[in-house]
Design a protein around this ligand. Structure first.
Ligand SMILES: [Zn+2]
Length: 422
């Protein structure tokens, strides 16, 4: 391609800009990638301050990284496992892509060289616990504290320069809990969820991983992609993902933590929202814990999450129980507090009312939605499956039925916590 050869030859930012403007390059060949003129490259480095934005990733939180349209952050969990991690590393190197790796302490202990390779290649390295227990959502502090610290200790011990360790943590299986998050935040550690996974921990083909990665990225237009560098299917899918990112004009963003010498990239608060909320935005845009399980290193437990294609905007996911969720909801425009003004003990009434409203808010076309609503209208609704149990109801009537059926499970806890606060 003309644009890319110009960029590689000149190394001039001016020519880079002109080249991109001139040819309307589908991909941002922003990196000077020696020996790889068609590399995807890394278009920019984003410096973030964990203290300012402690929880990120719209799979679970209100905020996510302040990415621009068509910007992607690649993240890889559970390594290093030389057999696959080295292949992933080579592919990223060949494309001059910088990613973020969430290391398991026991893996770092077994393969310290793998951690050093990541640092040497310029990737960001955060941690992912010591042993990857999938019980962070119910562990007491005396259990999760050593898990978190063990991962940090062994990962930093593997590094030649431990200061290279980023204060970034991803909870195994995304099994979030408020206590865990608060503990991490109190230590200045940023809690990373993601904006979309590619199900590469499941028994699916590499083609499926590739398809899910691209479908979900296209649905959101930007975001943090969650992958695993310990899976053969991820290794097989990555070249196709990179090829498509390039062809569709996506740009890779490298995320690093702010330090005394490296101030955070200036941003505005609204940039930390995937899509700024409007009056018609249902609160369920920021869902709770996805009901799925990540793989351990070598064994694959049966996953509960099947397909998150349905996790586009305006499709309600049922809220879960934590106080944090209630806090988030209270900061958003709908629903109002009056939803919770119900007679004592009328849990069913509360649930059916709430769910009906949420379902209606999500499904009812609004006259004032403008372009965004029209654009969405053309998209087919993918079948909803088990990513949030119980499955999100499609219509208000179904919502009511579902609510009544499920009053003994999670939603009851939501109601209880609300009542306690009220
Ligand atoms: Zn994991």
């Amino acid at each position: 391609m003309i644009g890319s050869s110009v960029v590689v030859r000149t190394r001039s930012w001016l020519v880079l800009c002109l080249g991109l403007l001139t040819v309307g390059a589908p991909a941002a060949h922003a990196a000077d990638c020696p020996g790889h003129p068609d590399a995807l490259g890394t278009s920019r480095t984003l410096v973030v301050d964990p203290r300012e934005h402690p929880r990120i990733g719209t799979m679970q939180y209100r905020e996510t990284l302040p990415l621009k349209d068509h910007e992607v952050v690649l993240t890889f969990d559970d390594g290093p496992l030389p057999k696959y991690s080295n292949q992933v590393l080579k592919m990223l190197d060949d494309e001059c892509i910088k990613a973020t790796f969430f290391i398991i302490g026991s893996q770092a202990k077994a393969n310290p060289e793998g951690v050093r390779k990541l640092v040497a290649a310029g990737h960001t390295v955060g941690t992912h616990s010591m042993n990857h227990p999938l019980t962070f959502d119910r562990m007491p502090v005396e259990k999760y504290e050593p898990e978190i610290n063990g991962g940090i200790e062994w990962t930093s011990a593997a590094m030649t320069d431990p200061s290279k360790l980023a204060p970034f943590f991803r909870i195994p299986g995304l099994m979030r809990a408020e206590g865990v998050e608060n503990y991490l935040i109190s230590r200045g550690i940023q809690v990373w969820s993601a904006d979309f996974p590619a199900d590469d921990w499941r028994h699916v083909s590499s083609d499926r991983v590739y398809q899910l990665a691209m479908q979900r990225l296209e649905a959101k237009g930007k975001g943090i992609l969650l992958l695993h560098d310990i899976q053969a299917r991820t290794v097989a899918a990555l070249p196709k993902i990179i090829r498509d990112l390039k062809a569709r004009g996506y740009r890779i963003v490298h995320v690093v933590p702010a330090t005394a010498d490296r101030p955070a990239t200036p941003t505005t608060p609204v940039e930390w929202l995937l899509h700024p909320p409007t009056e018609t935005t249902p609160i369920v845009r920021w869902p709770a814990v996805p009901n799925f399980v990540f793989t351990e290193t070598r064994t694959l437990p049966a996953p509960a999450l099947s397909d998150l294609n349905a996790q586009t905007e305006h499709q309600p996911l049922l809220p879960r129980r934590t106080k944090g969720q209630v806090d988030i909801a209270s900061t958003l425009p709908v629903p109002g507090r009056d939803l919770f003004a119900i007679p004592e003990g009328s849990v069913e009434v509360l649930l059916s009312t709430t769910l009906s409203r949420l379902a209606m808010a999500a499904e009812t076309p609004r006259a004032d939605k403008g372009k965004a609503a029209k654009a969405k209208a053309g998209k087919p609704h993918a079948p909803r499956t088990a990513h949030a149990a119980p499955a999100a109801p499609k219509h208000a009537a179904q919502a009511k039925n579902t609510a009544l059926k499920n009053t003994a499970s999670r939603p009851t806890r939501v109601a209880t916590s609300v009542k306690k606060r009220a």
